[in-house]
Design a protein around this ligand. Structure first.
Ligand code: MRU
Length: 330
């Protein structure tokens, strides 16, 4: 795909944040125009803008557009979604810059550029790690719709494809909101990467049958001990990968690692509206539903954590701290 055809899910043009409305894909390519922190927070809450690094970048611009009401803007944006570490990370950075007399917009642009550069580095490290894998399985959407640049896990898959040898991606549907079916399939199609869509429940059986060489996913928060929160359903793929003896690789920028969260048990899991699960099935509102948007995969099940600063392998408190140390030193 030529650089000019690459997906860029967010543009800030001086006073408006334009965002590709991901709730409308793949049928409709509609752009939202967001003008303040409240509008950005609403777009993040309804998943028009989604994916951990992308919501961080959008929130940074949201603070910049409402910097006159700094505290209220920051509070609204951080509250939009609780699980992804990137949201609080980005809001905090812009807030700190403003309080130090700096420019909110410059800081937002810096975060945007850093995340795009991180995507390229993760793509290279991830593709190095996956060298020789011909068939990979992924969950949710971790491409250019989810993060600046080419994304996180899907950036590594794209790089692997560009280097040659990747035959096929199995894309999990990702119930209930179908980020895999709607968004990953759309991205893979544009990239010209062979793929098959599967229901989430098919993954373990196909992994056990030897149809998958590696599982590769993104992350929304990595705790200090290396436990990983990602889209609900990820943990099941990790268990299946472990049972089959294939790698389970997590890709995400260091902005997704939260050293203040000691372990997975301390990660707040977003609970979303039951209607998302009732969906198209005709099930009435009287049916009780539980709809956790994320689950936690323990570090011991993660073969490697790929970041822009390098790869933690094995994944534990020491190797995660080393990654963060190299960011702080840079
Ligand atoms: O609820 P979503 O669609 O925002 O969830 C996104 C994911 O779980 C992704 O895997 C994660 O944010 C990593 S994306 C680069």
């Amino acid at each position: 795909v030529a650089a000019s055809e690459r997906i860029e899910a967010l543009h800030y043009d001086g006073d408006v944040l334009r965002a590709l409305d991901q709730t409308r894909l793949p049928g409709h390519e509609e752009w939202l125009e967001l003008r303040d922190a409240d509008e950005v927070a609403a777009a993040i809450r309804r998943l028009s803008i989604r994916g951990a690094p992308l919501i961080g970048v959008a929130a940074a611009y949201g603070v910049a557009m409402s910097a006159a009401e700094l505290d209220a803007a920051c509070a609204t944006l951080v509250a939009a979604r609780p699980t992804a570490a990137n949201l609080a990370y980005a809001v905090q950075r812009v807030r700190t810059a403003v309080l130090a007399g700096g420019s909110a917009l410059e800081e937002a642009r810096a975060i945007h550029a850093e995340e795009a550069a991180a995507s390229d580095a993760m793509a290279r490290y991830g593709a190095d790690l996956l060298a020789g894998s011909r068939r990979v399985l992924t969950h949710c959407n971790t491409g250019a719709l989810a993060a600046p640049g080419r994304g996180t896990a899907l950036a590594a898959v794209t790089e692997l494809f560009d280097r040659g040898g990747l035959e096929r991606v199995l894309a999990c549907e990702t119930r209930p909101l179908l980020q895999g079916a709607r968004l990953t399939v759309w991205e893979l199609g544009r990239l010209g990467i062979e793929h098959e869509l599967i229901v989430d429940g098919a993954a373990a059986g196909l992994i056990a049958a030897g149809e998958v060489d590696a599982v590769i996913v993104g992350c929304d928060r990595v705790a200090a001990n290396g436990d990983v929160a990602n889209k609900v359903g990820t943990y099941a793929h990790a268990l299946a990968a472990k049972a089959a003896g294939i790698p389970f690789v997590v890709v995400g920028p260091c902005s997704t690692i939260d050293p203040e969260t000691p372990d997975g048990a301390a990660i707040e899991i977003e609970q979303r509206d039951g209607d998302e699960v009732r969906g198209l099935t005709g099930i009435g509102p009287q049916t009780p539903v539980r709809n956790p948007a994320f689950d936690v995969t323990p570090a011991a099940l993660v073969t490697a954590l790929v970041t822009e600063s390098g790869v933690a392998r094995p994944v534990n408190a020491e190797t995660v701290a080393e990654l963060l140390g190299s960011v702080a030193a840079a």
